[in-house]
Ligand binder design. Structure first.
Ligand SMILES: [Fe+2]
Length: 263
């Protein structure tokens, strides 16, 4: 299995503070059946200084040699959304997931800024596919899921946290995860691991839950096949169409006119 969202690089953000802790995190991930991690340090202006690709690659080399497991540890980032996303991609301030054309994008947990659709769409016109990190932990997406659905309909993908599926992020995040799983709104499950104690890289319990709720085939897609497609920069294996959640179809123009001018 592949974990596409994991803060295993030591000393660069709110992930592990030391190399020893990072090694423990990688070993714990391997014990959960994860054979590939994509390291996703935060790109969050003003809070942490974002490192360069070369700096991260050097830390990653050391981690690979010290941890020895999982089989692969690749490089990406988790970009905190800004309206200049396309510019940030062009100047390589954002590291895409494993060198692919997929980009992990997060929002604050309590808000979605206005006019998010356009930059997310513009990025796609330049060949990128935004993957929204943990939408189930965002208050606005939870209380108005149509906002999320409108992004899905323009081609944005989602990554839900394994801990949300098992209730570790509260009842609301769990309920949204289950609801969206059943609607076909989730493309990838990932740990968003930060440390071995409070934010550990747990996969197995969440995978069992997904099997119970949606079946083995979808669990395989969310934990293995879709992440594999992203790492290999291909289209997703599991990528359902998203119908209008309101269930209302717009009526043909003549029908609306007839209602305005009844006989
Ligand atoms: Fe994260």
């Amino acid at each position: 299995m592949i974990d596409l969202h994991h803060h295993c690089l030591p000393g660069v953000d709110d992930g592990p503070g030391s190399m020893a802790e990072a090694v423990d995190l990688c070993k714990m991930a391997a014990d959960e059946g994860i054979d590939t991690i994509v390291a996703t340090p935060h790109v969050l202006r003003g809070r942490w200084r974002s490192g360069t690709r070369a700096e991260y690659a050097s830390i990653l080399d050391e981690l690979r040699s010290k941890a020895g497991t999982p089989r692969r540890i690749l490089l990406g980032s988790e970009y905190f959304f800004g309206h200049d996303m396309d510019e940030m991609l062009r100047n390589e301030s954002i590291l895409p997931l494993a060198g692919s054309r997929y980009v992990l994008v997060e929002f604050a947990s309590h808000a979605i800024p206005p006019l998010v659709r356009e930059p997310l769409y513009r990025a796609q016109l330049e060949g990128w596919t935004p993957v929204i990190a943990h939408p189930e932990r965002n208050l606005v997406f939870r209380s108005n899921p149509e906002i999320l659905a409108s992004l899905l309909r323009i081609g944005v993908k989602t990554q839900v946290t394994t801990g949300s599926m098992t209730g570790d992020f509260g009842k609301e995040a769990e309920a949204a995860s289950i609801d969206w799983l059943q609607r076909g709104w989730i493309h990838v499950m990932a740990t968003d691991a930060h440390n071995t104690v409070k934010r550990p890289p747990r996969f197995q319990t969440a995978r069992r839950r997904v099997v119970e709720l949606a079946g083995e085939e979808i669990a395989e897609a969310l934990f293995s096949e879709n992440p594999k497609s992203i790492v290999e920069n291909r289209g997703l294996v599991y990528d359902p169409d998203i119908p209008d959640v309101t269930g209302t179809k717009s009526k043909p123009l003549f029908a609306r006119i007839r209602k305005l001018f009844p006989r």
